[in-house]
Design a protein around this ligand. Structure first.
Ligand SMILES: Cc1ncc(COP(=O)(O)O)c(C=O)c1O
Length: 384
């Protein structure tokens, strides 16, 4: 029941497949973060069962979904969370802006650590804070990124209200270590800065390491955290709009709920059913996805080892590869994105959207056969 199925998405109004489609050209879309796999059969069955009821009015979180999320947090991430600490959100992007609004004050600022997922750049202004960038550190030899406390120390001001972390990290593919997380947590706690951690990719760790959740740091040295999670990337249900925030501090939680008012819509009945089924019954399917993604990750490493002008650091998590194209010498990454689109028929994401012109981002959430075809095209375009 848990094998992977990869339906043809060309005529399904998929954003990923439609935006860069060209008539009479077979473009491979490897950009926006969803996967070319059908969700677990149990998720599809749960949606159908709920749909059969026929009424789709405003819905409260079903008790069974609340329990499923609490059990998931305990069993998968070792965290004991009370139902009252959870706030349901119809997506992580609105939750990021809500987190900013919740701590916003005139003249305040929020720190992000680029390169990073595009909406991080916009969230501070959306919520009324100035954006300050404290870039990740990049190892010049390996291209591996890490959290740079010195960069945070240089960026912080007395008006800093929030640090927004992405862990596991889109696009650099890191699953931050306990030491890195502890260092950020201490940095925030010492200055009474709220730590908001986007952990949407936390169940897509490809290496044999554990996810270190910010929930575990709550209260350390007085730290207040907002941890954002969802089953959406893991089980490929991003379009259904289900996510949640864990906010143990009651005052901060109240501020977050208040900040949602008037612009964050409620979650749909179908999204609760899908999320519950994913957490309760999706594990065998998730293991299959991880096997496929590891195979794709390893293929990227092997292929790029013999394309010296394209470099990738080891990918620990996510289905996104952050590929350095500097040595291709075709101008900045907008050109690289365009180059591969025009010469290879592949639509990647532009590195400039994440804060680095020299990169492209490749979505490898697809069957390995698609990856093999992609690398045939990449090689041909680069060699030409
Ligand atoms: C780090 C990160 N956060 C948030 C999102 C989007 O979340 P949502 O679709 O729930 O708004 C993505 C999607 O790629 C992501 O990679």
């Amino acid at each position: 029941m848990s094998e992977l199925i990869s339906p043809d998405r060309r005529h399904s109004d998929s954003l990923k497949w439609k935006l860069f489609a060209k008539p009479d050209t077979d473009i491979l879309p490897m950009w926006v973060a969803d996967m070319d796999f059908a969700s677990p059969p149990e998720v599809i069955a749960a949606i159908k069962e709920r749909a059969d009821h026929g009424v789709f009015g405003y819905t409260q979180a079903p008790d069974s979904t609340v329990t499923a999320v609490i059990e998931y947090l305990k069993n998968t991430h070792g965290q004991t969370v009370d139902a009252k600490e959870i706030v349901w959100t119809p997506g992580l992007v609105p939750a990021l802006s809500t987190a900013v609004r919740a701590v916003s004050s005139p003249e305040g600022n929020a720190i992000i650590m680029p390169p990073v997922y595009t909406p991080f750049f916009n969230a501070p202004a959306d919520g009324g804070l100035e954006k300050i960038e404290a870039p990740l550190h990049k190892d010049p030899e390996t291209g591996r990124y890490s959290i740079d406390i010195e960069s945070l120390e240089q960026a912080v001001t007395p008006a800093t209200k929030l640090v927004i972390l992405c862990n596991p990290h889109n696009p650099v593919g890191r699953a931050f270590t306990k030491e890195e997380l502890t260092a950020v947590a201490n940095f925030c706690a010492q200055r009474d800065i709220v730590l908001c951690s986007d952990e949407i990719h936390c169940d897509l760790i490809l290496d044999d390491v554990r996810h270190n959740t910010a929930i575990s740091m709550e209260g350390t040295g007085g730290l207040r955290t907002i941890t954002l999670m969802a089953p959406s990337k893991t089980y490929n249900i991003a379009g259904l709009g289900f996510s949640f925030a864990v906010i143990p501090d009651a005052k901060l939680r109240t501020a977050f709920r208040k900040a949602m008012g008037g612009f964050v819509p409620p979650l749909s009945a179908l999204s609760y059913s899908a999320a519950e089924a994913a957490y309760r019954h999706g594990e065998a399917w998730r293991q299959n996805i991880l096997t496929e993604l590891r195979r794709n990750r390893d293929l990227i490493t092997t292929e790029l080892a013999s394309i010296p002008d394209m470099r990738v650091a080891h990918i620990e998590a996510t289905y996104l590869a952050w590929i350095d194209c500097t040595a291709l010498n075709i101008g900045n990454a907008s050109h690289a994105q365009q180059f591969f689109y025009e010469r290879a028929g592949i639509a990647f994401s532009k590195g400039s959207d994440y804060g680095d012109n020299n990169y492209i981002r490749m979505n490898f959430g697809c069957p390995t056969a698609t990856m093999v075809e992609a690398f045939k095209r990449i090689r041909k375009a680069v060699e030409a």
